[in-house]
Write a protein that binds this ligand. Structure first.
Ligand code: CTP
Ligand code: MG
Length: 234
């Protein structure tokens, strides 16, 4: 299934505690963004990649994309949503499916990307998600618990999120007109009134957020590399 890919990579990574934005920090000697790009660039169905970046980091971002075809850069915005809106405006008319994937998620399994693509093609919008294993509570600003929330129907949502291009573009226009700002792309499609389908996410698909996450991501990538090595017959 052919698709275009949008990568928001214009954040500053304040929670990650590094001197440079987290997408340019190296994991096993390669920047996070380069890992993320490789995961998709090796899929032959990936026809076009638009990356939203902070212009100051242009040279580094270009190095991350070296050797990968059909990559373009657009300037990021103040919020993730505005970065993606810039990328959406830059997208060509084809292919019909668009994936949006955080630069900060370098451990994205191919099987999961394929689940998202299949469901996006079928339903118009699809997101990978995980059941929540911990008990969830609502608390006051002073730390007092006000409610324990039934978690059976709650999901923690990841990227890539997949959409029919027309639907995503309409949802973004609708959100811009009404001043709706969401923390993910699907929420804008929901606000537009269209159906969003959930598929299984992956425990490996962490979003690098806090300092400890760099180690976790390296461990995941190392375990993948070990799995891929051919078994040597003595
Ligand atoms: N992002 C973006 N433009 C923004 C903000 C975020 O393109 N204005 C991107 C980030 O680069 C990241 C993804 O959106 O790949 C998810 O955002 P998040 O994890 O919140 O990253 P940051 O905003 O960079 O980190 P923080 O919130 O800790 O500052
Ligand atoms: Mg952020």
């Amino acid at each position: 299934m052919k698709f275009a890919l949008i990568i928001p990579a214009a954040g500053s990574g304040t929670r990650s505690g590094q001197h440079i934005p987290k997408q340019y920090v190296e994991l096993l000697g390669v920047p996070v963004l380069a890992h993320t790009l490789r995961a998709f660039a090796t899929m032959k169905e990936c026809e076009e990649i638009v990356i939203a970046i902070d212009r100051t980091w242009r040279a580094t971002a270009e190095q991350c994309a070296e050797g990968i075809a059909h990559v373009r850069f657009v300037p990021g915005g103040e919020e993730r949503q505005y970065s993606i809106a810039n990328a959406l405006r830059d997208l060509g008319g084809s292919p019909e499916l668009v994936l949006v994937h955080d630069a900060a998620r370098p451990c994205v399994p191919r099987a999961m990307v394929e689940r998202v693509l299949r469901a996006a093609n079928e339903y118009g919008a699809a997101i990978p998600a995980m059941a929540i294993t911990e008990t969830v509570k609502r608390v006051n600003d002073d730390g007092r618990v006000t409610e324990t929330i039934e978690r059976g129907n709650l999901r923690a949502v990841q990227t890539p999120q997949g959409f029919r291009r027309e639907l995503l573009a309409s949802a973004y226009k609708h959100a811009a007109l009404r001043g709706i700002v969401g923390t993910d792309d699907a929420s804008l499609v929901e606000a537009y009134g269209a159906r969003v389908q959930v598929v299984d996410g992956s425990l490996d698909n962490i979003k690098i957020t806090v300092p400890e996450d760099f180690r976790r991501a390296e461990a995941i990538l190392t375990s993948w590399a070990a799995r891929e090595k051919p078994v040597r017959v003595m």
